[in-house]
Design a binder for this molecule. Structure first.
Ligand code: ADP
Ligand code: AMP
Length: 218
């Protein structure tokens, strides 16, 4: 059983690593941001609240996010574990998750602000699936086209310099305290910090090594 959370600033590579791990470990990944973007499409009642909050670079209310994550953990085939990307993002969310389900691994991708800007400005997404690329660092096989479906890629509306500034401020205010919270939980949760300015594959290998190490000691 592998229940993994990936923490880090916006653009640190959480989604990219979650997708790779999901393939390697054959367990689903649950992306908080992606859940919200899908909600915008299908839920008329909450559409404008979510859209406005995301486009301001603010976090949506924790109580609202917690409910959506719980529903998704139940819905997905998470019997053999799961990877959470972008949740928890506040101490309130972490405490609520802890009450709900035990997490085994917390992976923290540590990145500097200057690297975030380059990442965010080049990010391309395949909207229907949430697959992520980067125009330079992780380009699709064919220019601006999704590798799997052949559909056109797009930019996220909140991936602008102005909004990323607020997103980063929100991260410093609400999410960074969570890193210390997880460090304190070290006895119960296998915590790993990785410098995020390494290649995608290198980081993936480091995470896999960390997950295998624990197995040996078991
Ligand atoms: P997050 O989910 O943390 O916001 P993403 O996984 O979407 O971050 O990554 C942000 C952007 O940076 C994407 O365009 C992605 O392709 C690219 N990226 C992710 N990891 C790396 C890396 N290790 N090196 C270079 N670019 C990366
Ligand atoms: P992401 O796709 O992870 O970059 O998230 C996009 C946006 O969704 C964030 O800037 C927030 O507005 C919102 N969001 C994602 N995850 C959370 C969360 N755990 N709590 C609150 N808001 C979130």
């Amino acid at each position: 059983m592998k229940r993994i959370i990936i923490l880090g600033a916006p653009g640190s590579g959480k989604g990219t690593q979650a997708q790779l791990l999901s393939k390697s470990l054959c367990i689903p990944f649950i992306s908080a941001g992606e859940i919200l973007r899908q909600e915008i499409k299908k839920n008329e009642k909450t559409r404008s609240y979510i859209k406005n909050t995301i486009n301001q670079g603010k976090l949506v209310k924790s109580s609202f996010m917690i409910q959506l994550i719980k529903e998704n953990i139940q819905k997905k085939n998470s019997f053999n574990g799961f990877i959470l990307d972008g949740f928890p993002r506040t101490i309130e969310q972490a405490k609520s998750l802890k009450k709900y389900i035990a997490i085994e691994y917390a992976i923290y991708l540590n990145i500097e602000y200057k690297d975030i800007i380059n990442r965010i400005e080049g990010r391309l997404i395949h909207k229907p699936s949430g697959r992520t690329y980067h125009s330079i660092f992780n380009p699709p096989k064919q220019h601006n086209v999704d590798d799997i479906t052949g559909e056109i890629l797009s930019k996220r509306k909140d991936d602008t310099k102005k909004i990323i500034k607020t997103r980063f401020e929100e991260y410093i205010k609400h999410t960074q305290p969570l890193i210390h919270w997880f460090q304190k939980e070290k006895k119960k949760i296998h915590y790993l910090e990785i410098e995020a300015n390494q290649s995608i594959n290198h980081i993936h290998k480091k995470i896999i090594n960390h997950l295998n190490k624990k197995k040996k000691y078991k």
